[in-house]
Design a protein around this ligand. Sequence first.
Ligand code: SAH
Length: 244
Amino acid sequence: MKTLLLLVLSMIAAARDATAQDTECVRERAAMIETIKTYARSHASVVGQQGFSERVLEAMGQTKRHLFIPERSCSIAYADRPLPIGLGQTISQPFIVALMTELAEVAPDHVVLEVGTGSGYQAAILARLARKVCTIEIVPQLAETATKTLKDLAYDNVSVRLGDGYAGWPECGPFDAMVVTAALGQVPPPLIEQLKVGGRLVMPVGAEYGTQHLTVVEKVAPDKTTTRAVVPVRFVPFTRSQGR
Ligand code: SAH
């Protein structure tokens, strides 16, 4: 009798665990990490022979992507593909988020600028790796939703600002790293100005709806940068505020 009771109790506990795992999308997130790692191995020329760093994989593994998208389904959130976040915008596929984060080489004491907050997902990843993240979004509704999501999830080291990221955010900088998640024909000069010497900026550079390359710009001296195109990508356009 006692054995039966114990069996029933352990079955209930197991069922509760499984439900908790389902709502937390634990399995799907682990599978996403495996997909990213496999992809990195077959794209060694892009990511490097050593693959993604443990820090980046850990940040990706701990960030609940399903809480940043309108449709909170585990299977949709963790598939390696871009997702609509409303208002014609998209959140990049996890591999690209990991790649941009890796290329930005974020360290624990860094101050990081993101342009294109969108859902707040990339900002959340950066917030796990840096001391402070400042992120700018031009669409009011997205800025508002991302601010709320990040606050609800207690990402206390992220500040969201509504505006045109072309001008950067001087009061929040200077920055050790920058991640721009919308495509433009050239890197905005104010961003380079606000980047520290030794810092790097990662951004899709290229024509709107045309060929774009994920590009890494490194500021090697106060007025000298080096630029490296890493991989062809497709991002939503970097829009400009009215009146410019
Ligand atoms: N990083 C986001 C995805 C961004 S999609 C995420 O993790 O969800 C690109 C975002 O850039 C969109 O939300 C778009 O509105 C925003 N954007 C485009 N041009 C901008 C500009 N000039 N300044 C700030 N944000 C801009």
